[in-house]
Ligand binder design. Sequence first.
Ligand code: NAP
Ligand code: GLV
Length: 314
Amino acid sequence: MDSVNGSLLILMPDREDDAGLLAANLREMVAGLEVRIWPELGDPADVRMVVSWRHPPGALGRFPNLDVVASFGAGVEHILVDKGLPSGVRIVRTVDESLVRDMVEYVLLAVVTWRRRWESFQLNQAKGLWAPQSYPAQTSVLVLGAGRLGGAVSKALIDLGHRVASWSRTGSESQGARCLEVEGALCEALPHAEGVICLLPLSSETEGILSRPMFERMKEGSLLVNVARGRHLVEEDLLDALKRGRPAHAVLDVFREEPLPAAHSFWTHPKITVTPHVAALTDPKEAARRVAENWRRLSEGEDLLDVVDVERGY
Ligand code: NAP
Ligand code: GLV
């Protein structure tokens, strides 16, 4: 593969291992590509592409010839919030098949574990108690977000025989799910959903969406799964809502502050399951393939893959 003049910088300060693996794979895939890992910059004027994960704010303003910033993941809010992002720089994201598969697996695990009362069987086993419990033949699930991840999750739930409604900004077609747009449709769907899954991008429109007005409309005994971003959730509202059983349980993978502080009440809450932002992890080798392809496209003046609409925010 020919190389565009310039270098590629990996700027992922809190993911050193992934940065090393990504660099090694890129060097193998793109002959002659100069790959640098922050804080080793070389000449900042050489940097044409940055692969970022939660880079220090303002860092991108140091590269006068920057063309592309690639997120080392599906979410891009960590790039869009950087006021130092030079105008005209294109933003792309990394969503490969393994990321989609892992997200589907996580959400199915959460929904199925809750639907089949797995936790109560584990508690009963500890007591030596044989106590069969029935479960509904079908579950209604509302998926917020009908994009690459939300769409795949909806399809997987439908394939398992569940009723799925899918809510998005434009009412996007979502693999056989009942498609909803506008807030009114969401309000109507909430009281019927036994599970609500958040797979929205974080934006000024979606921040805080998982809050009291939504919880008040949720079905008693329902499940909330947040696998999007911590700032979608108003934490105090959830704690109140759990007392009323709407929802009755929350599975949370993402948090306002990560790592979740040791003293945070979520850790010990009996109605909250905490996982450490692992629902779907970007595989450095798969990411290297996508980044290498975009480097080739940049070199040859072709359209890039997975370009983000900066105005829309995702
Ligand atoms: P995507 O393909 O960009 O899809 C976004 C979906 O959200 C679209 O259906 C979009 O509607 C909808 N949407 C956007 N703004 C909305 C609004 N204001 N109201 C209603 N719907 C709105 O995103 P994705 O690849 O599926 O990823 C979703 C998010 O998952 C990421 O942004 C990231 O935060 C999170 N994530 C988490 C993990 C983890 O490990 N926990 C891993 C990967 C990703 P339209 O279809 O109408 O445009
Ligand atoms: C993970 O959170 C991602 O956005 O890929």
